[in-house]
Design a protein around this ligand. Structure first.
Ligand code: UDP
Ligand code: MG
Length: 328
């Protein structure tokens, strides 16, 4: 069994790949380290090519000829980091799964520290780019993002979106990522009862190429946060949310209508010229709608589907069964 799977999501990172691979092997070609896990030996490096157009896939294919520990999944087009990570998670066979960015900003030298933190009894160890080597246009919004996520999730991490993270296999297998949810993996993990820790890690400036994320990330990020909140709290029981809201709205509308009716019957006040009547009707209709949305949600969530959110063009050096699982 494999001890460690390292997953590298990459999109047009051709220039970084040779040095990255050299440094990954430097960190992993250490039997004492991989065997210290006590569960299986050896390691694998899963390069997930997220639709690169710069020839990254061809280079990886070449590298596989020299180092059989490298495996590749290549997407038909650019699906985003979340899809790349989730394909990597599905293909990983290691007891410990580590993710790292391909752009040399994260340091493979931190693997040991992260794994030993895992062994203290955590299910996930997230890196904290304490001294971040990025332009202000990046660090400032990121501070804001981390601050909001910290407040709303109640999880005291400094750096939710560090590319360098280590997981126990079990956690990774339970993740079902969509959209740009990779930013909220620590939130999903902790809300599902896993133990999450954070340790400071070294960070380097980007050497080659440029950052793949622009300002659009802040909007999609907000929506993804809402769905993460919703999924973790209400996925198993949409009725708890919609049923409650529907019941509240319906009862308020019903009270208003009954009151208007009683007023008419007892005090002979005409119903037709009372604005509040419309509010009552509106609330009743809204209540019924919310309620039926909840019912639909229940029906949908009772038949879970986990279909892949990407299409794979090519794989290299992966087992049959893993490929089947990857495309399922
Ligand atoms: N990445 C990816 N698909 C994308 C965008 C990025 O696989 O659509 C990879 C990218 O190649 C890198 C990692 O995700 O390995 C982090 O991206 P980047 O360095 O651009 O993000 P930043 O460090 O600027 O936040
Ligand atoms: Mg980067």
């Amino acid at each position: 069994m494999t001890a460690i799977s390292v997953i590298v999501p990459l999109y047009n990172e051709l220039e970084s790949l040779p040095e990255l691979t050299r440094r990954l092997f430097e960190a992993l070609d250490d039997r004492k380290f991989t065997e210290s896990l006590g569960e299986g030996t050896g390691f694998e490096i899963i390069m997930v090519d997220d639709g690169s157009t710069d020839g990254s896939a061809a280079l990886i294919r070449k590298m596989i000829a020299e180092r059989p520990e490298i495996r590749m999944i290549s997407f038909r087009r650019n699906y985003g980091k979340t899809a790349a990570l989730s394909a990597g998670f599905r293909a990983a066979s290691g007891e410990v799964v580590i993710t790292i960015d391909a752009d040399l900003q994260d340091d493979p030298g931190e693997f040991k520290a992260m794994v030993s933190k895992l062994q203290e009894g955590y299910d996930m160890v997230s890196g904290w780019k304490q001294e971040r080597k990025d332009p202000l246009s990046k660090t400032l919004p990121s501070k804001l993002f981390n601050w909001t996520t910290r407040i709303f999730s109640g999880i005291p991490l400094h750096d939710f979106n560090c590319g360098l993270k280590a997981y126990r296999r079990e956690l990774v297998a339970s993740l079902d990522l969509r959209g740009e949810m990779h930013r909220y993996i620590p939130v999903l993990a902790q809300w599902n009862g896993y133990r999450v820790a954070e340790i400071p890690v070294r960070h380097h400036p980007r050497k080659f190429g440029k950052s793949k994320f622009g300002t659009a990330r802040f909007f999609t990020g907000l929506f993804d946060f809402l769905s993460v909140m919703f999924i973790t709290r209400y996925l198993r029981s949409p009725m708890h949310f919609f049923g409650m809201a529907g019941l509240g709205s319906f009862s308020a509308g019903l009270c208003i209508s009954l009151w208007v009716t009683a007023d008419k019957l007892m005090n002979h006040r005409p119903v037709s010229n009372r604005p509040i009547l419309f509010l009552g009707i509106l609330l009743i209709i809204l209540g019924v709608q919310l309620f039926s949305t909840g019912l639909l949600g229940e029906m949908l969530s009772s038949r879970p589907s986990r279909s892949a959110s990407y299409t794979v063009r090519e794989t290299a050096n992966l087992g049959e069964e893993i490929i089947r699982n990857l495309k399922a």
